[in-house]
Design a protein around this ligand. Structure first.
Ligand code: MN
Ligand code: MN
Length: 470
């Protein structure tokens, strides 16, 4: 017979705030989440913002979306997308309510830290050929040596045509990497501060050592590499001047851990939120409010540029979309709510000292809502209002979605931002929600499958809710 709970135990249940491991409330959740994450792993195979946009448009068209038509007055239930330069994407499902009542936005970024090629990247040294890189986003440079890399991107030729590049992803493809020093000779290297163990100018990708078979030319290894590239892509060296090429980790996304409760992959910041909101957008049929799901670029370098969230492309698109209804963007945005969907740091016991345990996020406890990001005295942050937090909280709780709150880490340790501040500049209520990640920005990032699935459910609940914002 079960023992009766004491008064204190009952009061504890009623008054205290606690989060718990998702597996404690639903033992079958991992199976559902694993099924959901099969699609996520496929999505993760797209490792640059261009690849994500291409892949997503394919899926959108299969799911009844068509390309945005300027001047068209869309009806409730209509689904369409707008492609900004193949690097950013806006997806819309028109709601049943008048659009003047406001939008429900979900914005995530699809660029990830990586090694971009310099404009003139190819060189030869000591009978070896290399590509010289310039890192993109916040990386620990030493993590990028001696890991398998693949090469991705686009080269625009002088006639205006463009060539897509992807080498190193297929089984039969060759491997690439950045070399490191053997421990036997690393006495001095190992005494350096971590940012200098591998320096920016050492991030050179080894391409080969075989000379072109003609003794009369110099730089024969480089020439041989160019002749291979010329044969495969029809390019010459000057074509690198009009290219966007990068190196990213070559391995495929995989189940992680003996219990397969996790996913290990490159680029989960922020493809994890992009995929969750993408699926919520596709699944949202006849929502009450009009939904708008955005994939943006350039977040990892500060959101500058015309495909980043500091650009006006989103605001301009909304103006174009609203024109046939005679509505102004600013009036609609004022009534809108945006989820800035980005990842947060999961508590890692190996580095427990950087986390303040009552205010950080944990793997497998559901989506993490961050009232603010930024650093030091709350600089450079959106800082969602109590009303916005309350609005989201009531939607999540009504949909019975477990969630948690989280700051990045201890106050004086560091900090970081998201695009929330770039969104709220347009005078709409914005709040950060995402998935806790282990080893964020490393070549292999880890998330919990159930957190991914729950984020999808959370964004879906937000998109489908008929709750009015006060
Ligand atoms: Mn991010
Ligand atoms: Mn990031």
């Amino acid at each position: 017979m079960a023992e009766e709970e004491t008064k204190g135990q009952l009061l504890e249940k009623e008054l205290l705030y606690k989060t718990k491991n998702l597996g404690e409330s639903d033992g079958s959740l991992l199976e559902k989440a694993s099924d959901f994450c099969e699609g996520y792993k496929e999505f993760l195979c797209n490792k640059t913002e261009r690849e994500v946009v291409d892949y997503s448009i394919g899926l959108l068209e299969k799911n009844g979306y068509s390309e945005f038509e300027m001047g068209k007055k869309y009806s409730p239930g209509d689904k369409f997308y707008y492609n900004n330069r193949g690097k950013a994407l806006i997806m819309v499902t028109v709601g049943k309510r008048p659009i003047a009542d406001g939008l429900r936005l979900g914005v995530s970024h699809t660029d990830s830290p990586r090694l971009d090629f310099k404009p003139n990247p190819l060189f030869e040294d000591t009978d070896m050929a290399y590509f010289k890189t310039h890192y993109y986003g916040g990386i620990k440079k030493y993590q990028w040596a001696t890991i398998p890399l693949s090469l991705h991107g686009v080269i625009v030729l002088n006639d205006g045509s463009s060539v897509k590049v992807c080498i190193g992803e297929d089984e039969g493809d060759p491997l690439f990497c950045i070399t490191d020093l053997l421990p036997h000779l690393a006495q001095n290297q190992m005494k350096k501060p971590a940012p200098e163990i591998i320096e920016g100018e050492q991030l050179n990708i080894l391409l080969g050592c075989w000379p072109y078979q003609d003794e009369k030319v110099s730089g024969r290894v480089k020439l041989n590499i160019l002749s291979i590239l010329n044969e495969k892509y029809g390019i010459k060296e000057s074509d690198f001047l009009s290219a966007e090429l990068c190196a990213v980790p070559a391995y495929k996304p995989r189940d992680f851990g003996l219990d397969r409760s996790l996913i290990g992959a490159y680029g989960q910041d922020d493809s994890v939120c992009a995929y969750a909101s993408f699926m919520a957008e596709i699944e949202a049929k006849d929502p009450e409010f009009t939904t708008m799901t955005v994939f943006c670029d350039k977040e990892e370098t500060g959101s500058d540029g015309n495909t980043g969230m500091r650009s006006l492309f989103l605001k301009d698109f909304i103006e174009d979309f609203l024109m046939p209804y005679g509505l102004s963007a600013r009036h609609v945005l004022m009534k809108s709510v945006c989820l800035s969907c980005d990842v947060n740091a999961a508590v890692d016991p190996a580095f427990g000292e950087v986390f303040e345990r009552n205010n950080c996020s944990y793997l497998n406890r559901g989506p993490v809502v961050s009232k603010y990001t930024g650093s030091r005295g709350k600089y450079s942050t959106n800082d969602a209002s109590a009303e916005t937090m309350g609005f989201l909280r009531s939607i999540l709780d009504e949909a019975e979605i477990p969630w948690q709150v989280g700051e990045l880490g201890k106050v004086d340790i560091g900090g970081g931002g998201t695009i929330a501040a770039e969104i709220s500049i347009h005078n709409l209520d914005t709040v950060d929600m995402g998935v806790p990640v282990l080893s964020m920005h490393a070549p292999l990032e880890i998330v919990s499958k159930c957190d991914v699935y729950m984020l999808y459910k959370a964004v879906y609940a937000f998109y489908m809710s008929n709750k009015e914002k006060k």
